[in-house]
Design a protein around this ligand. Structure first.
Ligand code: SAH
Ligand code: SF4
Ligand code: F3S
Length: 478
């Protein structure tokens, strides 16, 4: 594994260099097409979070640029798994699917298989692939994804597996091809990496140190997206609240939001994820003042016990968290709150769990992702002695899930009959007479409409709550 990227090129020079590889790769693909007597297909399968989803759009951008045709089918000529390792079961899924892919490869001489993403940043994983999954063509990590075209060329010129993993990087390479999954919305990276080292979490080890993009590059990207039909962006970072701290001219996340809010033609702004320890009063004010910023905050709690939060290295306690919730609701009364919660962190007692349940009841989240703690080798929590009893963890998990679901249903039902602003996003896939859109709070609404409405905002009456989505109709007085 290499330490840092060492070729000494600036981001711009690297971009130009990669375009040369894209051109070269295009020739290799044309040659392969000739041999096969048909167009070649590619399939990018994404595991994990929004960061990975955005990275996959970059991979697909390059693959389609060099001549592959996109397909959802894993019988494709080029299959890439963009992996996640945040919990152990994410890793197991990849190994399972790889076995199944090897059978396709036996039947298709043109097939290539690549693995990338967070799981590949773990040396033990790469060792296992090198030894036991020898049919894989290309392995790379999270820091050198921009080199995909170059690595592809290297593989075309070699007859064995190419492995290229870096421990970290300080480089941000802009302006490479991207192929979006959705025409109307897009993720936008505002920063990479994480410096928080929550004691259970592997992300800082596989995504490297925190690096922010320059505001001008972010704005330019969003303006380009809007010109291309995007009406909603989601600003992405592991902790957006610490955005801009390491820039030569520091900028806060609240300041960035205000700038993005000025972009003409953009309708909605979302962001993910906001760490409670760095959530400023100015951010709350910016959310309140910026008309395009959605009334939704994903605010991971992780645990309601201050004792556990301390061992988790989260740098806030239960009271501070509840104070933020109070401030958010005072400033933006109809804000939707969602969260992440971990059950079974080492040493979690019945009392600790009851405190989590208490916070859940008090905050009344619109929805919550609940996770069973997963031991990640190399993290401080993995070395803690008092790992919890799995049966007890399961019991707590079920109790928590039940509570979360009851509250979500109650919150969703409360909006039934209301008239709310909906962004029309796409034609309904099952019923073409319906348009599917979203409320500012992120809930889905289906309502009668036509494709020309896509990308516009409408006042819609939520006629029926169907659990976690609504049926609606355009309000008369829109
Ligand atoms: N940066 C984001 C979250 C990234 S990971 C944040 O700080 O909120 C997404 C979620 O996965 C986390 O919020 C956490 O709830 C969960 N998670 C992370 N590591 C985990 C582990 N070892 N076991 C179980 N859940 C975990
Ligand atoms: Fe993981 Fe914590 Fe960083 Fe989120 S903030 S990615 S939970 S270390
Ligand atoms: Fe998974 Fe990596 Fe995201 S570990 S959650 S894909 S940052």
């Amino acid at each position: 594994m290499r330490d840092l990227e060492i070729n000494g090129l600036t981001g711009e020079e690297e971009t130009r260099r990669q375009y040369e590889y894209i051109e070269k790769a295009r020739q290799y693909v044309a040659q392969k097409e000739k041999e096969a007597g048909r167009k070649l297909t590619c399939c990018v399968h994404t595991f994990g979070c929004q960061m990975n989803a955005r990275d996959s759009e970059k991979l697909l951008g390059i693959l389609t640029d060099i001549g592959y045709v996109e397909t959802e089918d894993e019988h494709a000529d080029f299959v890439i798994y963009n992996t996640c390792t945040v919990r152990e079961n994410a890793n197991n899924k990849v190994y399972g699917r790889l076995g199944y892919l090897s059978n396709f490869k036996k039947k298709n001489p043109h097939m290539m298989i690549a693995l990338c993403g967070c799981m590949m940043q773990e040396p033990t994983v790469v060792e296992k692939i090198r030894k036991s999954y020898r049919f894989v063509d290309l392995v790379f990590g999270t820091h050198n994804i921009y080199k995909f075209a170059e690595l592809l060329c290297n593989r075309m010129e070699s007859d064995s597996m190419i492995i290229d993993i870096w421990k970290d990087t300080d480089k941000i390479v802009e302006d490479l091809p991207i192929r979006r999954k959705f025409s109307f919305k897009s993720g936008v990276n505002i920063m990479f990496g994480c410096n928080n080292f929550c004691s259970y979490c592997i992300v800082p080890y596989v995504r490297g140190r925190e690096r922010s993009r320059e505001p001008k590059d972010i704005i330019r990207e969003i303006e380009g997206l809007v010109a291309d039909g995007v009406c909603e962006v989601m600003l992405l970072g592991q902790n957006v609240n610490s955005y801009g701290k390491n820039l030569e001219q520091p900028v806060t996340f609240a300041e960035l939001l205000r700038e993005v809010n000025k972009i003409e033609g953009l309708k909605r702004i979302r962001f993910m994820t906001s760490h409670p320890k760095d959530l400023s009063d100015d951010l709350i004010l910016a959310m309140k003042e910026c008309d395009k910023v959605c009334k939704h905050m994903h605010l991971p709690l992780q645990s309601g016990s201050s004792r556990i939060l301390k061992i988790m290295n989260r740098h806030y306690d239960k009271e501070q968290y509840l104070t933020i919730v109070k401030k958010l609701r005072e400033a933006i009364p109809d804000i939707a709150l969602t969260t992440d919660i971990i059950v079974g962190f080492p040493g979690e007692t019945e009392e600790d769990f009851q405190e989590t349940l208490e916070v859940v009841k008090q905050v009344e989240y619109d929805s919550a992702f609940t996770f069973i703690y997963s031991k990640r080798t190399g993290t401080p929590a993995a070395a803690m002695e008092d790992q919890c009893d799995p049966a007890e963890v399961k019991r707590h998990f079920d109790l928590l899930l039940k509570e979360v679901q009851q509250i979500s249903a109650k919150k969703a039902m409360a909006l039934e009959g209301k008239v709310m602003e909906v962004l029309a996003e796409e034609q309904n896939t099952q019923d073409a007479s319906l348009i599917t859109g979203r409320l500012s709070n992120n809930s889905v609404v289906h309502f009668p409409g036509t494709p020309d409405m896509i990308g516009k905002l409408f006042m819609v009456k939520l006629t029926e709550c169907k659990g976690f989505y609504y049926l609606g109709e355009i309000a008369e007085n829109a």
